[in-house]
Write a protein that binds this ligand. Structure first.
Ligand code: FAD
Length: 375
């Protein structure tokens, strides 16, 4: 087989964008496609651990992301009613040990910095993949707008409802986890006079609220919850919610939690979905990454991190093992990712991460560039 050079990445989310930037820097001819008509500052908050920031360093955007984000010294876990401290986990307080910064940021801001690390002429918005066909020497991509493209390798980075996954494995709806998340953003100034920690998770037996600052000047603050729910209507991505609904759900919670709710501007409610582990991560010239192959509940703040680590490992395997024997290269990628991604998926789903005092080094101290590919 000849070397594969033309790489088509479908999905310009956080995983696909990282893959595009890294593969382009490694010398591949990359095209990044997304169904969205244009880039927009979507989402709310996201946390990147030092494990991700070491990859952002390779993209040359570590400093830009640090400049736009909040850098909490500690992660605090607190009891829902009296606020007693359950854990006090060093984040940037152990910067040197982890090897990079722990940041919290507006998802749109970090996505915009990451997209900026990909040459604009390589990004095609308004391209919804509807079909693909693997041929002897290439893959034919077909988009909803009637256009086609030909690449040597197709990377499916198209999220939990991945069309690429569906083509490889057949249609299967994702599983509702029985959990929903309220999300809200609020100006920090409205909390003046209160002792607000920049990264804190409030826990009771059956639900929680994670709250953190979204920028370096700590002007914007954000919360995201996890709450049990019996069902969610199929096909509805999210619904608007209200302060009243949240007060009801977080009745009896600490006065700081009530204060966040009282001043939140826009409150929305989202379903949390997952999938059973996939029987394959690659087939022929096609390979999956991120939520397309291992979605998880967001309770460890590592879903995007795993997508970005996938992107870095895929780039390493394609560069260091070559692309003549794609099956060997993609199998090495899977083998070097599956254990870690599955462990993170398990801990996320169990929702136990950092609730009690523990050492998070296995997650934050990890450096994907230290992994020995010959092992
Ligand atoms: P996505 O981000 O879903 O991107 C997929 C892209 O593919 C989209 O841009 C979409 O438009 C595009 N696409 C889809 N279908 C097609 C098609 N047919 N053709 C073309 N384009 C297509 N993770 C963290 O690491 N830290 C956090 O703090 C964190 N907080 C979270 C909070 C909540 C409430 C939730 C729900 C998740 C959170 N996550 C967090 C998880 C994280 O958001 C996901 O794991 C991550 O976004 C997955 O990235 P991805 O690139 O694989 O997929």
């Amino acid at each position: 087989m000849v070397e594969a050079r033309r790489i088509g990445i479908v999905g310009a989310g956080l995983g696909g964008t990282a893959a595009a930037g890294l593969l382009q820097r490694a010398g591949f001819e990359v095209t990044l496609y997304d169904q969205a008509p244009a880039f927009s500052r979507l989402g709310a908050g996201i946390q990147y651990g030092p494990n991700v920031m070491k990859i952002m360093r390779r993209l040359g955007i570590e400093q830009a992301i640090e400049d736009a984000s909040s850098h909490p010294e500690y992660w605090f876990s607190r009891k829902w009613d009296d606020g007693a401290y359950l854990s006090r986990i060093p984040l940037n307080a152990e910067h040197a040990r982890y090897g990079a910064t722990y940041i919290t940021i507006h998802r749109g801001d970090v996505h915009s910095i990451m997209i900026g690390a990909v040459p604009p002429d390589l990004v095609r918005f308004g391209k919804k993949l509807v079909d693909f066909q693997e041929r002897a020497n290439d893959v034919l991509l077909s988009f909803e707008d009637g256009t086609t493209d030909v690449v040597d390798v197709l990377v499916g980075a198209d999220g939990i409802n991945s069309r690429v996954r569906e083509k490889l494995l057949g249609p299967e709806a994702p599983l509702f986890t029985g959990w929903v998340a309220h999300r809200g953003v609020l100006p920090m100034a409205r909390l003046s006079g209160l002792e607000v920690e920049p990264c804190v998770k409030w826990w009771s037996a059956d639900r929680h609220m994670m709250a953190y600052a979204l920028d370096g000047t700590r002007e914007e603050f954000y919360f995201v919850t996890g709450e049990p729910a019996e069902s969610w209507p199929a096909g509805v991505p999210w619904v608007p919610s209200t302060r009243e609904a949240m007060r009801e759900s977080f009745k009896g919670y600490h006065e700081l939690v009530q204060a966040y709710i009282d001043v939140a501007d826009t409150i929305t409610k989202w379903p949390l979905y997952t999938r059973n582990p996939l029987p394959l991560w690659h087939a022929g010239r096609v390979v999956l990454l991120g939520d397309a192959c291992h979605p998880m509940k967001p309770h460890m703040a590592q879903g995007a991190a795993m997508a970005i680590e996938d992107a870095a490992m895929l780039t390493r395997c394609m560069t260091e093992l070559g692309t003549r024997d794609l099956s060997r290269t993609f199998e090495a990628y899977r083998a070097h990712r599956i254990e870690r991604a599955s462990r993170v998926q398990q801990v996320s789903n169990a929702n136990t991460w950092l609730r009690n005092q523990e050492d998070p080094y296995w997650v934050y101290g990890y450096d994907i560039y230290d992994v020995d590919l010959t092992a």
